[in-house]
Design a protein around this ligand. Structure first.
Ligand code: UDP
Length: 328
């Protein structure tokens, strides 16, 4: 299939691009390189531009005969979204709508959308099924939910066919070790733990130790980035084979606390990681663990990296080989 990938030079986007190419799809990446890296998509057609640029999108759809869009380009930090909701609504909702409009005015048939576990807010049950009420506790989750809502109404009115994938915590790197997570500034737990292990940071700050969890630190469900990539492709291929629009959770179904992650990383790197305790980060729910039975049952999706240590090992290979990220 001919596929346009917005945000394809970013972390999850670039891993998905690689997997698409491995499976013989034709890919063009649209990325403004505000967070993405040219080096993450070496050898791939990369258009530097904005998802908000409707004319550009329409030209690209026509030029490359695009049949499907995977939409990764977005702002995605919980803490930042609480401080700057305006930027999040603009980038994720306003620019997202502009993309939906360009899609329904063109011959693009399918959309795979990067959604998030943050749409659920504070869970009433764990693991969280897709039917769980969606009451986000931060603007990041609210903006992703807003675009999901638009997609549903665009389907009714304009026939948009979509799969919305609610990721839990994306982690790890391609086992080849040449692409991985590189954010500036880095805010995610696993890269920060590994950077601390590499001596690039004096210590890891743990945000909150008084959550209602077994060790007082937040519990998350870490899912390997290549398993996410795999789910995108399965969802797209299912739509192309006639499946209706769907919303799926993507996680391993196991919860690990911040301290569990630190211990697993210490095991992988073979040395202690210094930690200190800080205030809770605004907008963080105590526990987020996925119920992913729906996609397993319907699309036969099976995460290949089920264990936290396996996931951290792939991240370690990337960070150890590229302590300065793509600059190295
Ligand atoms: N976290 C932490 N210290 C850090 C970064 C993250 O304690 O320096 C915690 C954070 O509060 C959350 C978990 O680690 O409970 C995962 O955070 P991350 O930013 O990696 O992903 P998110 O859950 O926001 O998608």
């Amino acid at each position: 299939m001919n596929i346009l990938v917005t945000g394809g030079a970013g972390y999850i986007g670039s891993h998905t691009v690689r997997e698409l190419i491995n499976r013989n799809h034709r890919v063009v990446v649209l990325d403004n390189l505000s967070k993405g890296h040219r080096a993450a998509v070496k050898g791939v057609e990369l258009i530097e531009g904005e998802t908000a640029d409707r004319d550009l999108l329409k030209k690209l759809f026509a030029k490359y005969d695009v049949e499907a869009v995977m939409h990764f380009a977005a702002s995605s930090l919980v803490g930042e979204s609480v401080r700057q909701p305006s930027g999040y609504y603009r980038n994720n909702v306003v620019n997202g709508l502009s993309l939906l409009d360009a899609i329904v005015e063109s011959s693009v048939r399918y959309l795979v959308f990067s959604s998030t576990a943050a749409v659920y807010g504070e869970p009433r049950e764990v693991p969280i099924p897709e039917e769980h009420p969606a009451v986000p506790t931060n603007p990041y989750g609210a903006t992703k939910l807003a675009l999901e809502g638009a997609m549903r109404w665009y389907e009714d009115a304009y026939g948009l066919r979509y799969a919305s994938l609610r990721y839990f915590n994306a982690a790890g790197a391609d086992p080849a070790g040449d692409i991985g997570e590189d954010h500036e500034p880095e805010t995610h737990l696993i890269p920060l733990v590994l950077k601390t292990a590499l001596g690039l940071m004096p210590c890891l700050e743990i945000f909150g130790s008084d959550y209602p969890t077994p060790d007082g630190t937040c519990v998350r469900d870490y899912i390997h980035v290549n398993d996410l990539a795999d789910a995108h492709i399965l969802a797209l291929e299912a739509m192309a084979a006639g499946a209706p629009s769907k919303v799926y959770n993507l996680g391993n179904g196991s919860g690990y606390s911040v301290l569990d992650v630190v211990r697993a990383a210490e095991y992988v790197v073979g040395r202690p990681v210094k930690v200190s305790y800080a205030e809770r980060r605004q907008g963080d729910p105590a526990v987020l663990v996925a119920g992913s039975d729906k996609i397993k049952g319907e699309l036969n999706w099976r995460p290949r990296f089920a264990g936290l240590r396996d996931i951290i090992e792939t991240a370690w290979l990337w960070h150890r080989g590229h302590p300065g990220g793509f600059r190295d």
